[in-house]
Design a protein around this ligand. Sequence first.
Ligand SMILES: Cc1ncc(COP(=O)(O)O)c(C=O)c1O
Length: 415
Amino acid sequence: MGEQPAGPGSGRDGHGLTATSTRAARVQAAVPFRKMFDFRMRSGYAERRLEPGVLDLTFGDPHEVQTAEYVEALREAAVPRDELWFAYKQSEVGAQEAAAASLERVVPLGWTAGDLRMTTGGFGAITVAMKVLADPGEEVVYTLPPWFLYEPLALEAGLVPVKVKAREPSFDLDLDAIASAITERTRIVIVNSPNNPTGRIYSPDTLRALARLLDDASARHGRRIWIVSDEPYNRIVFSGNEFHSPAEFYEQTAICYSYGKTLLAPGQRLGYLAVPPGIAGREELLEAVDMMQIAAGWLFPNAVMQHATPRLEQLSHDIAGLEAKRDRTVAGLRDAGYEVATPEGTFYLWVRSPAPDDESFVGDLADRGVLVMPGAIFETPGWFRICLTATADSLEAALPHLRAARAAATGIGPA
Ligand SMILES: Cc1ncc(COP(=O)(O)O)c(C=O)c1O
């Protein structure tokens, strides 16, 4: 008899026979992923978000029609200039060059085109990094609250997620907890700065201390531990703050970038994986990446996206407008009595739920027509996330409902 898949993913065919793999079952059983999937796909969210009067502050999706410049960049890239325009594409050198030049402005380490591989967004980059740097059964450490898809990506790669809580209420990295979580099976530590959902940017001192810790642990266990630096928000940094990549402090860092955030067009898959220039074993590593991108299912962006990359590199979502929305919404929430950290980057607000049960509080908000994401999806109950990609008008209109929901939950003020 075949192995029985565990958990809710145990697919059966019409004869009651197991039809899906244990791998699929393992991925489906990841609780935060299941909650997020059900929220997005099963809860009626897709219809609800479009109902008149409903204010959707959940996912990092656009809420306004894309700019003419963005559309023109794609339109131009869709016109073939030679017979190979739509041939199979791995990493196109024009895209790599444009991406390396802009990475150099953010993380000045002397990047050139050959240090980067173009991927299907951040997802593709993280997937390839995990599969190239670690073997099934090895451990990947990351901090809670996390981006809710690290767990399914790690499980799909056969890795064991090891979760460490951030320090509350600063939501800074807890280096002691990370040190205690490392074992001889640890191969990757994921660092996500600016952080989704907390908006924290980790300081150079913190990253330097993390690098020392990982150097020591790698030497102790006789194996190199990698940092996977998931930094799709590294250009969404608010005034008065500075972003630093772990790659500036720790050589064995694989940077994963997505254009989906800066351009606010996550449906158009484009990103890259970058390994620092001059790193020992670079050629072998990049060849492994090239081959894994093919073996994992051709994880290269489509031809049009790669042809458009040099022009897309010139564009950005309105960061000043985002900062204005951040300031107004943080002020409005605080005025209503909420505890909310001021994010240093990203487009999220991380807010303490006035009721201990964040899922029921979020349900109450949904009944009032305001959709947000519960902390439970980020394995951090007692909090919720607001996404600032909603329009300024929607965010403003949500504030009275947030005030009323808090009053109802705490019994303080008018409900
Ligand atoms: C922290 C983080 N990493 C990676 C991703 C994946 O980005 P993309 O969908 O553009 O590949 C996201 C998207 O929400 C994210 O927030």
